[in-house]
Design a binder for this molecule. Structure first.
Ligand SMILES: Cc1cc2nc3c(=O)[nH]c(=O)nc-3n(C[C@H](O)[C@H](O)[C@H](O)COP(=O)(O)OP(=O)(O)OC[C@H]3O[C@@H](n4cnc5c(N)ncnc54)[C@H](O)[C@@H]3O)c2cc1C
Length: 316
């Protein structure tokens, strides 16, 4: 079939790759180049964050984790496998997505910095989006996928037997979905002083903190401003992020800032992966991945392929 994928963030490109691998002719149309999408700003640690429902998210995350682990064997993909710690300020049960992580373990008291009473350790994919989106593009190109930069006003503007909607937050207009809520996130990237371990402290009363070492830099975050869908990186917010990150990881003191970013997580009550039967042709939606679009990408793309005609089901 001729499949029109709309959107070239991590979901659009991953769906395009899987659809082309399944033998379809795929054309991607996108309002912005991949490097200018929300996906390019992602930290991007494998971690289910602000994405629901639990059962589907756990399944998509587990599937994606397996694929990322395979991709990590090829240094050209930008995918790394890194050990890390999630630190907690009060005791907590195992996370709801624990089934997706084979080596998840509770931290010992010796592994907890002062101020923390609990936590989990596990190996997670870290996806360096500055390299990975380029790799996805080249993988799609090698499968014959074409890419056109153009904003589509409506689904009717797309050409194909089937349309796959991967417009992320753009689905507020493109799919008329008013349940989508942007959650603004700011990051600052420092030169990597040699770190390999990621760290996450979601409960800091001053704001969540994460430190994600990639190849050459370390992504430090973060913020989660619900409802905010505009704004430039704020220097005061950046200073607060750096102060929290450096308190957690003193090796970052003195590491220079190399870049900064701001993005808008596309959140909704549930990730939408389903077919909408329009009069003209099937429309497969794949958006609303919140703070976990990278984490869920391969699992969702597999479901999109399965949802094309002959196997139309609702998932999510
Ligand atoms: C600060 C921050 C940190 C994050 N960290 C992580 C993390 O650690 N792990 C993780 O898994 N996720 C993380 N995320 C979340 C992740 O970035 C998103 O879930 C993901 O990028 C969503 O991908 P997407 O492809 O759906 O959307 P996008 O990347 O926004 O792509 C949407 C695409 O649709 C196109 N489009 C929109 N409207 C139209 C239209 N009308 N016509 C044509 N094209 C259109 C856009 O141009 C774009 O190409 C983070 C996000 C932020 C902001």
């Amino acid at each position: 079939m001729d499949v029109a994928v709309v959107g070239a963030g991590v979901l659009g490109l991953t769906c395009a790759v899987r659809l082309a691998e399944a033998g379809h002719r795929v054309k991607v149309t996108t309002a912005a180049a991949p490097a200018d999408t929300t996906s390019a700003v992602a930290a991007a640690l494998w971690y289910p964050y602000r994405a629901w429902p639990a059962e589907s998210v756990t399944r998509w995350a587990a599937r994606s984790r397996t694929v990322f682990a395979e991709l990590a064997a090829d240094c050209g993909t930008g995918v790394l496998l890194r050990a890390g710690r999630e630190l907690l300020r009060s005791p907590a049960p195992h996370p709801w997505w624990a089934a997706a992580v084979p080596d998840l373990r509770r931290l010992t008291p010796e592994e907890l910095p002062p101020g923390f009473v609990d936590g989990f350790g596990f190996t997670a994919p870290v996806i360096d989006m500055s390299r990975y989106l380029a790799w996805l593009l080249s993988r799609a190109g090698s499968l014959g996928v074409s890419i056109v930069v153009r904003r589509l006003s409506t689904v009717d503007d797309a050409e194909g037997d089937v349309v796959v909607n991967c417009t992320g937050l753009g689905s507020r207009e493109f799919a008329g979905d008013q349940s989508l809520v942007p959650v603004r996130g700011q990051v600052v990237r420092l030169a990597n002083p040699g770190l390999t371990e990621w760290l996450l402290d979601e409960d800091d009363p001053a704001g969540m903190t994460y430190v994600v070492p990639r190849h050459d830099d370390v992504v430090c975050g973060g913020t989660a401003d619900v409802g905010a869908d505009s704004g430039d990186p704020d220097r005061a917010v950046e200073a607060a992020i750096l102060s929290r990150a450096r308190a957690l990881v003193p090796a970052l003191v003195g590491a220079p800032v190399v870049s900064r970013g701001i993005g808008y997580r596309p959140t909704r009550p549930t990730v939408r992966v389903e077919v909408e039967d329009t009069a003209r042709r099937p429309l497969v939606h794949c958006y609303g991945h919140g703070g976990a679009g990278v984490t869920l990408s391969w699992g969702c793309a597999d479901d999109v392929v399965a949802l094309l005609p002959d196997d139309q089901r609702t998932i999510g």
